[in-house]
Design a protein. Structure first.
Length: 182
């Protein structure tokens, strides 16, 4: 197959121009969707930058120090428990029965206990709700209506925490059955 460099160079030179033209057409047709995508892309970019900075801090060697040490066995267990609680809380929002199955799966080996996983899930959603309330408090000085909306945003998290506490109380009686609360 014969390749002509002139047509390849024309395609390479016109690519950025055609991309800019397509972007401006998209913006004209779907301004709301483009604005949402731009905002999501900025958040993703900021998250990637924060992750890169954190990795640099962890793996950077200083003159009198080495890399950050690995967690101890106890710290690793606590991190696993927090991760399990986070996963159960997120799963509970989608499907409580699936979350109950996940709790049983996570505790099948006997370590951690059902109550520990549920307590970690409660901690995760309470912290999320409290962060929303803290954001509302900060917004209250400048925009009371935005603060009220942020308070309302905390309600599902706190309601989920109450549900998980009730479930934890039900399973804390020595049984290991986890079912959907009534």
């Amino acid at each position: 197959m014969e390749v002509q460099t002139l047509s390849c160079m024309r395609g390479a030179m016109s690519g950025p121009l055609l991309l800019d033209l397509a972007r401006s057409e998209d913006t004209a047709r779907w301004p709301d969707a483009v604005a949402r995508e731009d905002a999501a892309s900025r958040r993703t970019y900021a998250a990637r930058c924060a992750l890169a900075e954190a990795q640099d801090a962890v793996y950077q060697l200083g003159p009198d120090r080495g890399p950050v040490p690995l967690p101890t066995a106890g710290q690793g267990a606590v991190m696993d428990l927090v991760g399990a609680g986070d996963e159960v809380a997120a799963c509970w929002r989608r499907d409580p029965q699936e979350a109950a199955d996940l709790v049983l799966e996570l505790t099948a080996g006997g370590e951690p206990a059902v109550d520990e996983v549920l307590d970690a899930a409660v901690d995760a959603v309470v912290v999320t709700g409290l962060l929303a309330l803290a954001e509302a408090r900060a917004a209250a000085a400048t925009d009371p209506s935005a603060a009220a909306e942020l308070c309302l945003a905390a309600v599902p998290h706190l309601a989920l925490a109450v549900t998980l506490v009730a479930l934890s109380t039900r399973t804390g009686s020595g049984t290991t059955s986890v079912t959907r609360p009534r």
